[in-house]
Write a protein that binds this ligand. Sequence first.
Ligand code: NAD
Ligand code: GLY
Length: 373
Amino acid sequence: MTKTNNSYPLQTINVGLESNSYSITIGASSLSSLGQLLLRKKCITNLRILVVTNVDVFLPYAEKIINSLKDQKIHVECLVIEEGEENKTQATIQHIHDAAFAHSLERGSTIIAVGGGVVGDMAGFAAATWLRGVGIIQIPTTLLAMVDAAIGGKTGINHPGGKNLIGAFHQPNLVLIDPSTLITLPQREFRAGMAEVIKYSIIGNPELLQCLEQLKDLSSLESINLNSLKAILRYSAQAKSQIVVADELESGLRAILNYGHTLGHVVETLTGYNTYLHGEAIAIGMVAAGEISIILGLWNETLQMRQKELLDKAKLPTNWPLLKIESVLECLQGDKKVQNEKVRFVLPTGLGKLVIKDDVSSQTIISALKKMT
Ligand code: NAD
Ligand code: GLY
């Protein structure tokens, strides 16, 4: 463990990839010593940095970061982009590239993303494509981005035909997680991030499962003490990075991160992306995957109940919404995870054990969803 300026200990997780290894550093109130950290860890190879952030996080956090970089004589410019998934477009990438050009970023320069997954995915994609790749540092400020989006190098934007259809793998030079940025995060966003945390506890981290089961309430930052929060962040980051290290480019194992996503995406799509947050839809999708597994004799009611209790403690939705079954089956066929025209489900078979199945019958899906309404 190392100490920041403010004497808060930093925890570090190493993402040991064959090339492009990097660390995930977790430390409360660490943003104001970012400049020193970057120089000490040799995360930057030249002193030109473009910070990309959005209006929600600029004032509380990005400004602190910019000042800490300036203190170290780093030449920094900041681009504040529009908030929201609807702006995860080519037009915003053009703005970031314009700012990179105006600030004369070179091959060895770095973009720093400060924000949730939307900012991180876009700044990462802009970094992957500017000069065929400049550095990217991820400073996530939502729970979802801290445990998922900022780790693993998936970057991208949306296409009118679907979410995240355009993208690139581009691993960051550093991920810096400062849990104190969650103070300003709306509670509903916090809960949505907790769905991904619960996902890791089911798909592969027993310590995380134990930690979550011991806590009475998972629905807000206030209900979790700082030590538990840091443990949750550490276990989740470890869970994701282990999977990424084993399968960086998603040729196999990494697909288990899509647990809950097959039917979760159906919920998001059929409700027009404006009723459920991604994490809320994933919560419903995990329960649905569990129900399918029970019908197939792969999972049992006790484990399903344990999963549901965690989701309930986070006040996440677990019932199947009123959606026409024909639309559900049709939407499944349009899923990004369809391979050779077969819908792929990631199904639980035990704690930390999953199977990928592409032969789940429509009847099984219908029965599982009926149980959830
Ligand atoms: P988001 O980035 O839209 O952030 C949610 C909201 O919270 C936004 O309004 C944002 O401005 C605001 N916000 C962020 N931090 C804040 C803070 N500390 N205080 C106050 N407000 C704050 O949403 P998200 O859930 O972080 O990310 C979702 C995106 O991440 C999606 O586009 C999804 O596709 C992507 N994603 C990517 C990966 C990956 O591996 N790259 C994984 C999961 C999700
Ligand atoms: N969020 C899924 C992945 O990173 O693979």
